[in-house]
Design a protein around this ligand. Sequence first.
Ligand SMILES: Nc1ncnc2c1ncn2[C@@H]1O[C@H](COP(=O)(O)OP(=O)(O)O)[C@@H](O)[C@H]1O
Ligand SMILES: [Mg+2]
Length: 252
Amino acid sequence: MEIISVNITKGGCGKTTTVQMLGEILSRDYKKKILCIDTDPQCNLTTVSGINLMACGDRNLYTLLKGERPLNDCIVKSKYYDIVPGSLLLAYADTEFNQLGREYLLKEQIEDANYDIILIDTPPSLGLLNIMSLTASTKIIIPTECSYLAMIGLDQLSNTIESVRKHSNKGLEISGILMVKYNARANITSAVLAGLQKMSSKLHTKVFDSKIRETVKVKEAQSQQEPILDWDSSCSAVKDYIAFTMELVNVL
Ligand SMILES: Nc1ncnc2c1ncn2[C@@H]1O[C@H](COP(=O)(O)OP(=O)(O)O)[C@@H](O)[C@H]1O
Ligand SMILES: [Mg+2]
């Protein structure tokens, strides 16, 4: 079972959208059994997956981490994948979960799960939820938009990855860096791409050949809480994510 977390410190870099698209495509086109986990207290992945948080009651990640219900009782189904919904209570994770070995909490709860691939969406922070996610993961994908601030986010994340490798997950691999909201014609693009290539070789990984273009269809689908594949299965971002998924599957 691969456990892949999609991670970068900066918000708005396409973490949630990348998890959503990978979940949809790996399920529809590769017939994989997928579990997504929403570790962000903002619960964006839960919402865009068409799930009403209130209706979930206490079936969510907070309950799972508290050990109050087993994994299967915290899972909700959406059209293409199963999901452990997020919870606003996760905002207090850093103070709430203070026992010894807390970085292993998520790993312990999901290691016996019966899925082909688990995808973890992470919050834009360097706190415990991120450490837990990286500790539980076999691989990490780093999405980034074409900006200088995203490169700073990547630099911060690389320190966290080093520390997780040292203390709680020696085998954590970086699958690659994915450029999202890509606009080949923008002047800054080539400078950021060059910077990312440099950083990626320092991190012993690569920038994926596939780049994700920006299209309003993504925002439309998410605002209607429809799967992006159902909203417009031939828009540019979907084509790009399909190419990216193929590239990813080849290195899994
Ligand atoms: N390829 C894309 N084209 C257009 N908008 C996008 C695309 N990818 C993400 N977005 C939008 O950008 C915003 C941030 O994306 P999101 O996936 O939520 O990032 P993060 O989880 O890193 O904060 C969201 O409003 C989302 O709808
Ligand atoms: Mg998000």
